[in-house]
Write a protein that binds this ligand. Structure first.
Ligand code: HEC
Ligand code: HEC
Length: 245
């Protein structure tokens, strides 16, 4: 389809431009009163639709411009890994981005109904993404970071929501963290702490409000090194998604 391929090309050129910019951060003119998980809207609609995997792959081609065909994102953390993330988390984040409840100026135009379709497209593409095998070589934090301190901070402040091996909780919309890129997580963590990520969970904000810069580095470094269960990881870092050629 002509229209879809134009969107795809635009997405690819944006992705290339983005890789030279460290962060997608930008003041947001659309700031709205927002909440963490009010439900309703596209999120609920997508959760209740029957996904069409074939269309999911078609939509994912647009996403692959930035998140790569394997859904692995980029190691330096500009683009997060999506592969292996819980489907409910993916649905919530996509719906939030579309509703401007989470700032993502780079991705926003490509996530809109005009580009990919209505809530059925959300149901379809997330069904495709969550089953993708994860990157065996995610971005890690600095070697100089204090692992023992990071582990203790994680146990005391994060396990109750993100789980003992960073697996998150699909039912409660708590993201999987293990396997995610360090720089992406550090940026999100800081934005959540400082109230910049509007869809953040208020209990998490409360839990981490006293974290210093060094605490953040130590805990996120620890998280970036939690091994992902073998069955969820691709066989090698040279693995290529066979649906793309
Ligand atoms: C032009 C580049 C670009 C395209 C195309 C793109 N994204 Fe993204 N996406 C990003 C960036 C950059 C972020 C991280 C923003 C941030 O740091 O807050 C992101 C974040 C996300 C997140 C949040 C991840 C998380 O862990 O919370 C989801 C979900 C997502 N994208 C899904 C998609 C889907 C599905 C598509 C295709 C329909 C898509 N993206 C297309 C750039 C893109
Ligand atoms: C009360 C539950 C809770 C606690 C405690 C908590 N989190 Fe979270 N965290 C969440 C939820 C829920 C989200 C997703 C928010 C949303 O929907 O946008 C999240 C998001 C994140 C993200 C962004 C993930 C992504 O894919 O974008 C990171 C990184 C993170 N948490 C790290 C931590 C760390 C590290 C700790 C401990 C220091 C912690 N969290 C404590 C519930 C929690």
């Amino acid at each position: 389809m002509k229209f879809k391929s134009a969107i795809r090309m635009l997405a690819f050129s944006t992705a290339i431009a983005m890789t030279s910019i460290a962060s997608a951060s930008e003041d947001d003119a659309h700031a709205k009163a927002a909440g963490w998980n009010k439900g309703g809207g596209e999120q609920d609609a997508a959760l209740h639709l029957t996904p069409n995997l074939e269309n999911g792959l078609d939509v994912f081609e647009v996403c692959s411009a930035c998140h790569l065909p394997e859904g692995w994102g980029t190691k330096e953390g500009t683009f997060p890994q999506l592969a292996g993330q819980h489907r409910k988390v993916l649905i919530k984040q996509l719906a939030d981005i579309r509703a401007l409840n989470r700032d993502n100026p780079t991705m926003y135009p490509f996530a809109l109904p005009e580009s990919i379709g209505d809530e059925q497209a959300i149901a379809d593409v997330t069904e495709y993404i969550y089953k993708l095998k994860m990157n065996p070589d995610n971005g890690k934090g600095p070697d100089t970071s204090d692992m023992a301190k990071g582990e203790k901070l994680y146990k005391d402040n994060c396990v109750k929501c993100h789980g003992d091996i960073g697996q998150g909780d699909a039912e409660k919309f708590y993201p999987r963290l293990a396997g995610q890129h360090y720089n992406y997580m550090l940026r999100q963590f800081e934005w959540i702490r400082d109230g910049k990520r509007r869809n953040a969970n208020p209990d998490m904000v409360e839990q981490i409000k006293g974290f210093s810069q060094q605490d953040m580095v130590d805990v996120i470094n620890f998280v970036s090194r939690i091994p992902v269960p073998k069955e969820d990881v691709a066989p090698s870092k040279d693995y290529q998604n066979p649906d793309f050629d």
